[in-house]
Design a protein around this ligand. Structure first.
Ligand code: FEO
Length: 169
């Protein structure tokens, strides 16, 4: 059974994951209108992944005797400055999410909720992967600079990444 404190903290995380999904959906849609089809496919997939992260939490809270709250969400940004801006924003968002997951893990340890602590380990690993991927993409974009050919190949590579199936955890 979840304590009220942990239930509230997990509901906060449900909101964060839902917001991430909306945020990446907005980025995907923008990229699509800019003709960056591979980037759009990658971000649409990333948005789906975040929804899966949210769903996993919803199911866990309900299974553990709590009540998952489905949040109202604010309007995500409509425009972005460019592809590098998108991935920098994505990285800084994910770094924030990692901090929130770490805080949650800490609350579980202090409250001796080892079941939720164990459940959260999946999110800890996922954050390491997501941050690493965002950093790699930013490094590549920095190398490419304003080279149109390089950007074309980058966008095509992302299309390939987007084609891999989403891990359900
Ligand atoms: Fe659900 Fe990108 O962390």
């Amino acid at each position: 059974m979840l304590s009220k404190k942990i239930e509230k903290a997990l509901n906060g995380q449900i909101e964060t994951e839902a917001m991430s999904s909306q945020f990446y959906l907005a980025m995907a849609s923008w990229a699509e209108t800019e003709g960056l089809n591979g980037t759009a496919a990658f971000l649409y997939r990333h948005s789906d992944e975040e929804r899966m992260h949210m769903l996993k939490l919803v199911r866990f809270v309900n299974e553990r005797g709590g009540k998952a709250l489905i949040p109202a969400l604010g309007q995500p940004p409509r425009t972005f400055k460019g592809i590098t801006d998108i991935f920098q924003t994505l990285l800084s968002h994910e770094t924030k999410v990692t901090g929130e997951i770490n805080k949650l893990v800490d609350i579980c340890l202090r409250d001796k909720d080892y079941t939720t602590h164990n459940f959260l380990q999946w999110y800890v690993s996922e954050q390491i992967e997501e941050e690493a991927l965002a950093r790699t993409l930013i490094d590549k974009l920095n190398l490419i600079g304003n080279d149109k050919g390089g950007l074309y190949l980058f966008d095509r590579d992302l299309e390939g990444l987007a084609a891999t199936p989403i891990e359900q955890g």
